[in-house]
Design a protein around this ligand. Structure first.
Ligand SMILES: Nc1ncnc2c1ncn2[C@@H]1O[C@H](COP(=O)(O)OP(=O)(O)OP(=O)(O)O)[C@@H](O)[C@H]1O
Ligand SMILES: [Mg+2]
Length: 498
């Protein structure tokens, strides 16, 4: 029998050991330091203990504080980059490390909202109810567990659906110079795609364009099933990086819940430029065209997060715009993007100038997963249209000045005969939606057997293999022609019958 005194002591012992156990899980108090130097956008702090990616608060007075992120260190010195405006910072300001570095809270209520790179609302619609904390940098997926790309995604644009069919989980580059119709094309895909959720990352573009994209191009209906993350050009470079990461994290959130997501990132070039600004500011040496090596490490890290999830999860199909400055296709970012993406759609200025929108250069564009998501017959039709386009484009000058004599080359004769239908197929008004089925049917109608084939058959004997493959396509071509006539707008039906 214990005395009341002993029982009291035992209770105390238990209580103390419970506290001791809880103490083991409490993080150590942050060790604050002070701001010692600021050059350009780079801040240097001494005395504080923080790791790369940690957020710190820099307090120069009770009213003036700025958030910054640790981006590098040298010995005891930490390099930080601000995520906001630096006005009012003083030497010796306190630098206080914060917990929860590199995470952001998101949830399903983000649908229909416009936020910045820190997930703060920009649309004046009140605070966002978030349910989960996610890492901005995402979580890696075992590449062997990812589902392969086997299903096509309807993007609502005829030339892409028919000629460059996109697979669910594919990552595609949209390469173009300025003003050739990137935003309009992305907007069309956002409005017309069969994906469940659209996540738009507007990274480093002009502020005016953000409003225009949301109001004019995406529209109210498009925004309802979209999440827009906007970090325009006047935001600090770190916020622009965060914008791209947050947009990808939001896409991952919906993918993990089984949704098929279309992620649109405009632009990957501005993301690379933001990383270049940061890397150069903390002393990394420039390599290719002023881009330090870390830029080329960051690009695949970002892009690899898109794609299919593991079994039971959804997919992220991603379009990244890449600025081909001065329409230069050898820009290092264009080159890097071409290598890490599963295909690219090239928009050409000469086509836009000729008034054909979307200004897709079919010859220069490729979807590397198309053969996995369409039938052999549809692939063959696309190849035939591609070949006819190449023949026409290579002889365009001869044809337009009248120097080409009909009958000299049956391939050119066929290309000339089909050209009006091919142009009609590739052209699409921004307010027109063309489903995947209608696109394929219209492609079949455009490349259907016709007078051009008859003429060719008379002038050149066809090789046996070609005859066989043609025979294999015929029944489908005839079937599709009927479907296409039903699906086509009346003015195009007339053109197809001619
Ligand atoms: N499908 C289309 N149908 C008709 N006009 C189009 C179409 N696509 C683009 N355009 C025309 O091209 C113009 C420029 O398009 P857009 O703003 O999308 O270019 P951009 O490449 O995004 O330009 P920037 O480099 O300035 O961002 C549009 O204002 C519009 O007039
Ligand atoms: Mg644009």
């Amino acid at each position: 029998m214990s005395t009341p005194r002993q029982a009291h002591a035992t209770r105390w012992r238990h209580a103390l050991s419970a506290y001791e156990r809880r103490l083991a899980h409490v993080p150590p108090p942050p060790v604050a330091g002070r701001l010692t130097r600021m050059v350009g956008l780079t801040l240097e702090a001494e005395g504080c203990q923080a790791a790369i990616g940690d957020r710190c608060e820099i307090v120069s007075s009770p009213e003036s504080h700025v958030e910054a992120e640790v981006v590098g260190f040298a010995g005891e010195r930490l390099y930080l980059m601000p995520t906001g405006d630096l006005h009012g910072m003083r030497p010796d300001a306190r630098v206080v490390p914060r917990t929860q570095a590199g995470t952001v809270r998101i949830g399903p209520r983000l649908l229909g909202r416009v936020v910045d790179g820190a997930c703060r609302p920009l649309d004046g619609q009140g605070p966002i109810e978030a349910e989960t904390s996610v890492r901005l940098a995402g979580r890696p997926i075992n590449p062997l567990l990812r589902r392969p790309i086997t299903q096509a995604l309807d993007v609502g644009v005829r030339a892409i659906n028919g000629m460059l069919t996109i697979g669910r989980g594919q990552r595609v580059g949209l390469f173009a110079g300025s003003g050739v119709g990137k935003s309009v094309l992305l907007g069309m895909m956002a409005r017309y795609t069969a994906a469940d959720v659209i996540v738009v990352g507007l990274i480093g573009e002009r502020g005016r364009e953000v409003k225009e994209f949301i109001e004019r191009i995406l529209g109210r209906a498009g925004l309802a099933r979209s999440v827009v993350v906007a970090t325009p050009a006047d935001y600090p470079p770190l916020m622009r990086l965060h914008g791209a990461w947050l947009a990808t994290a939001v896409a991952e959130y919906f993918r993990d819940r089984g949704r098929n997501v279309l992620l649109i990132m405009d632009s990957l070039t501005r993301f690379a430029q933001a990383q270049r600004e940061i890397a150069l500011a903390i002393g990394e040496a420039p390599a290719t065209k002023g881009y330090p090596p870390s830029v080329f490490a960051r690009l695949p890290q970002l892009v690899e997060r898109a794609g299919n999830g593991v079994a039971g999860e959804g997919s992220i199909t991603a379009f990244y715009t890449v600025l081909a400055e001065g329409d230069d296709q050898n820009d290092p970012i264009v080159d890097a993007a071409r290598a890490i993406l599963d295909g690219h759609v090239v928009l050409a200025r000469r086509i836009a100038e000729a008034g054909r929108y979307p200004a897709i250069d079919i010859e220069a564009s490729v979807s590397r997963v198309m053969h996995d998501v369409v039938s052999a017959a549809d692939l063959a039709l696309a190849r035939r249209l591609r070949q006819a386009t190449a023949v026409y484009e290579h002889n365009r000058d001869l044809i337009t000045i009248g120097a080409y004599q009909r009958g000299s080359d049956p391939r050119i004769d066929e290309a000339i005969a089909r050209w009006p239908q091919i142009e009609a197929f590739l052209r699409q008004d921004m307010h027109e939606r063309v489903t995947l089925a209608a696109s394929v049917a219209q492609l079949a109608a455009t490349m259907a057997e016709g007078p051009a084939d008859a003429a060719r058959a008379k002038t050149t004997p066809e090789p046996r293999a070609a005859q066989e493959s043609r025979a294999a396509q015929e029944p489908r071509g005839a079937r599709d022609l009927k479907a296409a006539r039903d699906a086509r707008p009346p003015h195009e039906t007339g053109a197809a019958r001619k």
